[in-house]
Design a protein around this ligand. Structure first.
Ligand code: NAD
Length: 294
């Protein structure tokens, strides 16, 4: 069992760190919010006073931070992970961030003799608590093999997506499909409503036809059609509209940088931007159907 430094103990990070404790690892955690680090200590971990305290002496350092800016600060800043980690420590960033930052930070880590993986997740807070997350991993084969048992303590599906940054690339491509498909399903149900077609009838047909997709059959934005859907609890998140907007913007930035044409991704980003601006940032992203309805 390893000593693991865990930095960023928020909605996702804290339950992930707790699952590492359950698997028998020693976890020393840091968060700028002291209450979060104290919650880890209450679960059997150690609360570190700063980034350096969490990284010091750890064989593996995991980060789960809001965005690229915090990832740069935590890894590259004075007293950051690169300055404090033990020689040869494996570094794993599970935050969802831009591909360029992931590749930059990984390169800097390699320059200091550390292997680094980008390993964003899908599965949300429920998946983090249950230890059933999907990890999309970018980095070398050797680093991936070393990290696999650690991912196994926090998740169920672990996919090596290729070299550095490819985990982030997989995450934003997947979430671009999700954002677009949630709007498509919403538009279809709103159109059906206006045409006098009952939502249950459309669901019974489309869920067995070529329009079938996850946004319809696992997370339907219309209340009452799918048991676990946030639509059944007034679109309480789940995965917030603000987070969907973040991921769609990351996809647009990546598309612009790579010269890819993604007009539906751009439309989805605009629609979620307007939905978030209407005061619904904290609502589940499937609540966009109410915005589509007008
Ligand atoms: P969160 O805001 O709940 O947690 C982030 C934590 O990082 C907070 O506790 C914050 O205090 C801490 N933090 C910020 N700056 C820090 C710093 N410099 N040093 C130490 N700690 C710092 O967010 P979350 O929901 O846990 O999401 C974390 C990441 O996971 C994000 O990149 C998000 O996009 C991604 N993600 C979230 C979900 C979800 O459903 N919540 C799903 C998949 C991916």
């Amino acid at each position: 069992m390893a000593t693991i430094g865990f930095i960023g103990l928020g909605n996702m990070g804290l339950p992930m760190a707790k699952n590492l404790l359950k698997a028998g690892h020693a976890v020393q955690g840091f968060d700028v919010s002291k209450a979060q680090a104290d919650a880890l200590a209450a679960a059997g971990g150690t609360a570190a006073g700063d980034v350096a305290g969490a990284a010091a002496g750890a064989e593996i350092v995991v980060t789960m931070l809001p965005a690229g800016q915090q990832v740069r600060e935590v890894y590259l800043g004075a007293g950051g992970v690169l300055a404090s980690a033990a020689p040869g420590a494996l570094l794993i960033d599970c935050s969802t961030i831009d591909v360029a930052t992931a590749r930059d930070v990984s390169k800097a880590a390699e320059g200091r003799g550390h292997a680094m993986l980008d390993a964003p997740v899908s599965g949300g807070v429920g998946g983090a608590q249950a230890g059933t997350l999907t990890f999309m991993v970018g980095g070398t084969d050797a680093a991936f093999a070393r990290a696999k048992p650690v991912f196994g303590a926090m998740g169920k599906t672990i996919v090596h997506a290729g070299g550095s940054g490819n985990g982030q690339a997989a995450k934003i491509c997947n979430n671009m499909v999700l954002g677009i498909s949630m709007i498509a399903v919403s538009e279809a149900f709103v159109l059906a409503e206006k045409l006098g077609l009952d939502a249950q009838r459309l669901f019974d047909i489309a869920s067995k036809s070529s329009g079938q997709c996850w946004s319809m059959t696992s997370y339907c934005p219309v209340p009452g059609l799918v048991p676990a859907s946030p639509a059944n609890r007034d679109y309480q998140a789940g995965f917030t509209a603000a987070m969907m907007l973040k991921d769609l913007k990351l996809a647009q930035d990546a598309a612009a940088a790579a010269g890819a044409t993604t007009p539906l991704g751009a439309d989805a980003a605009r629609i979620y931007e307007a939905y978030v601006a209407s005061g619904e940032a904290g609502r589940d992203f499937s609540g966009v159907i109410r915005f589509v309805r007008g």
